[in-house]
Design a protein around this ligand. Structure first.
Ligand code: AOF
Ligand code: ZN
Length: 339
């Protein structure tokens, strides 16, 4: 039974992922319904923000009560509240499902589906909880912190440098890695950078016209002649609209402002100072690090994280690698910051 539970929960994950990029700030959810005999009766997923939840999408495909006494798999606790749609638990009860297998409890305080299911005599089991939480890490962050999910991208030499002491930085990684960055940007509501990066490199940071670009520019040193301004929606955080902390823009306030603009995910492309400050303040959720097979060997070269002095290795920020990929000559490491 547990083996099948894993199999069908993994099927839910795959269905859920079909909603990627279309459901934020809502979760990625997939659902599989089995009849009494254990055959698949219906599948569904959450397709678009504001539309039917995965459970409703699946259950409405049933013609009669063919799933009576059956099992429903869903990677997130079914909802019990009236939001944009009625409670999924009511429909589950109505369709006479006997057992519900859940990936993770919902972090939305409005939801208490598990006790409602149990009260109705439905058996509730959990499976692959960690995997389910990993899948919905963006949802968990935005729902619990009211802050966007932040991924910092950096491209370094093997000794962690992003430029030599003269500022020479083009190019560290090769075409293939750089092309992947263009694709990655599309997975985020906003690209964030600093005026230092704009002034030093004048990057275009191509996005779609719907995406935001946030420039941290305390003293308004950049203007529309820079390439970054040529497309996308622009948000400038400066001392005129952002509180200062130790004479610098308060980074958490900037992220809160972005959240108010319905920006739920941010891709940071910047130099070591801002990267270091974000890291120190615990504002980074993940790091994507491209590494080229090169060693700069320049003591005064610029490091990818260079905000602060740290005395002890024990004070180093802990992360967890979850993807390691070879891209032509370069590699890409994806790592989660462990809070
Ligand atoms: C989804 N899709 O498949 C499930 C969700 O505003 P509503 O009515 O769409 O409710 C959104 C909340 O419903 C969401 O924050 C989450 O707690 C819960 N479950 N949401 O968008 C789904 N199952
Ligand atoms: Zn629901």
């Amino acid at each position: 039974m547990a083996e099948n539970d894993e199999k069908y929960m993994k099927m839910c994950f795959a269905l859920a992922k079909k909603g990627a990029g279309k459901v934020a700030p809502n979760p990625l959810v997939g659902c599989v319904v089995l009849d009494k005999k254990g055959n698949i009766a219906a599948k569904g997923y959450h397709k678009k923000y504001g539309q039917n939840h995965a459970e409703r999408d699946a259950l409405l495909k049933l013609k009669n009560n063919e799933a009576e006494g059956g099992t429903l798999y869903v990677n997130l606790e079914p909802c019990s509240h009236y939001g944009k749609t009625p409670p999924c638990v009511d429909l589950i009860i109505e369709r006479k499902i006997a057992r519900v297998v859940i990936g993770m409890k919902d972090v939305n305080p409005a939801v208490d589906g598990i006790s409602k299911l149990k009260k109705a005599g439905i058996k509730v089991d959990f499976i692959l909880e960690k995997e389910a939480e990993f899948l919905n890490r963006r949802f968990i962050k935005t729902m619990t912190r009211k802050l966007p999910y932040v991924v910092l991208k950096t491209a370094t030499t093997m000794d962690g440098k992003i430029a030599s002491h003269t500022g020479s930085s083009k190019w560290i990684t090769r075409e293939e890695a750089r092309k992947l960055v263009y694709k990655m940007r599309k997975e985020f509501d906003c690209i964030l950078t600093s005026s230092n990066t704009v002034l030093a490199d004048n990057p275009a940071m191509e996005t779609t016209s719907n995406q935001w670009k946030c420039i941290l520019d305390k003293d308004l040193r950049t203007d529309k002649t820079f390439r970054i301004y040529s497309q996308g929606k622009i948000y400038i955080a400066s001392k005129e609209n952002t509180p200062l902390k130790n004479g610098k823009l308060d980074l958490e306030s900037v992220l809160r402002e972005l959240y108010k603009l319905e920006i739920y995910s941010v891709f940071v492309e910047c130099g070591g100072t801002l990267a270091g400050a974000l890291l120190k303040q615990g504002l980074i959720d993940e790091v994507y690090q491209f590494i080229a097979p090169k060693i700069l060997n320049d003591n005064s070269g610029l490091s990818c994280f260079s905000n602060d002095k740290t005395d002890e290795i024990s004070q180093a920020k802990p992360l967890r690698f979850y993807e390691i990929r070879k891209l032509g000559e370069d590699v890409l490491l994806k790592a989660l910051c462990i809070k």
